[in-house]
Design a protein around this ligand. Structure first.
Ligand SMILES: *Cc1c(COP(=O)(O)O)cnc(C)c1O
Length: 342
């Protein structure tokens, strides 16, 4: 697939903003080039616009080349930049599944791009036939796996079939992949030039407040994303804290193991609650349950200062509540209150 043929035509001759740090990136010297304040605050200098040190660490962890890596101010920024790079307002379309993560649709709407919604099958699997059929006049397909809010991972066979037959870009949003038993689609990047994978520091890494999202794609795509991004989109503080987090990756791994064990325990306990009609199996750090009356359950939990997400207004999610896996004491409190609702 030729990326260049999909780029919005008016961007093809874009001269990106050239920052002082692009022209001279050495560490030593007297820096009188960027109108910064010379007095040290820890952050008085502009950050590295290409986040080279952090990219080096992430590339090692994920076994990819730094050239295949792009960071956004949250994955939400990656989603927005991808739409802005490829989709001409009013004319182009994107495709997503329902129910799924809301930001793909919101970002499309903000950019005045029509979203084609393809419902999942009743068992929450992909309707690949409909996705492929409808992909002919869309620029980007967004697939979230493990999917939010259903919690399931989609099959690789379905991904391959879509990638092989769609003729457009396919973004696999893997915000929850660290909690899944399935391997990441990052491993398939070398086989599919139309594949883009999103991951984030917001969930397993425990840095939601930082706003740091990762995009994995071809070197050519990363080059284009670098051209259109705000020059200093990742703050120095974010870069430093993310590097520090990667240095203590063992802690992250332990937390993932803990949360997966808690997920199994909470799933079992929820199945014992009389008001719970269904506990959907989860590959993420949340569980989607179906109850008799989701408003009643939601209100009772809120009354007890336990905040969950009522997803009842989403397709296929009637009377469904999404519960994030917390600390053991938090989960126990939630479970005890669930047993009280009747
Ligand atoms: C939470 C979540 C994200 C994370 O977005 P950030 O902007 O990186 O915090 C991305 N995709 C999905 C599907 C999510 O649920």
């Amino acid at each position: 697939m030729k990326i260049k043929e999909l780029i919005r035509p008016h961007l093809l001759d874009l001269q990106p903003y050239s920052s002082a740090r692009d022209e001279y990136s050495g560490k030593e010297g007297v820096f009188l080039d960027a109108n910064e304040n010379p007095f040290d605050t820890g952050v008085n200098r502009y950050p590295d616009p290409l986040q080279k040190k952090l990219k080096g660490e992430v590339a090692k962890l994920k076994s990819v080349s730094v050239d295949n890596l792009f960071f956004g101010n949250g994955s939400d920024e990656c989603i927005d930049l991808l739409i802005r790079l490829f989709c001409v307002p009013i004319i182009d379309k994107v495709l997503s599944i329902t129910p799924s993560y809301g930001m793909h649709a919101v970002s499309a709407k903000i950019n005045h791009i029509e979203m084609v919604n393809i419902p999942l099958n009743d068992d929450f699997t992909l309707n690949t036939e409909q996705i492929i059929k409808n992909s002919k006049d869309v620029k980007i397909i967004f697939l979230c796996s493990p999917n939010n809010p259903t919690g399931n991972t989609f099959s690789k066979v379905d991904f391959f079939s879509i990638l092989d037959n769609c003729g457009c870009l396919v973004v696999v949003d893997e915000a929850y992949i660290d909690f899944s038993s399935e391997s990441s689609m990052i491993n398939e990047l070398k086989n599919y030039s139309n594949l883009i994978v999103l991951q984030t520091f917001s969930k397993a890494f425990g840095l939601a407040g930082l706003r740091l999202g990762m995009m994995f794609g071809s070197k050519e795509l990363v080059g284009w994303m670098n051209k259109i991004k705000p020059p200093y989109n990742i703050s120095q503080t974010s870069q430093n804290l993310a590097i520090k987090k990667l240095e203590e990756f063992k802690i992250v791994e332990n937390q993932i193991e803990f949360l997966k064990k808690e997920r199994t325990r909470v799933e079992r306990q929820l199945r014992k609650c009389s008001i719970v009609e269904k506990v959907h199996p989860s590959e993420a750090n949340f569980i989607l349950i179906k109850v008799k009356d989701s408003i009643k359950v939601y209100n009772y939990l809120v009354l007890n200062k336990i905040i969950v997400r009522n997803r009842s207004n989403q397709p296929l999610c009637e009377n469904c509540i999404r519960i994030t896996i917390g600390k053991k004491s938090e989960n126990d409190l939630m479970l005890s209150k669930m047993k009280e609702v009747c």
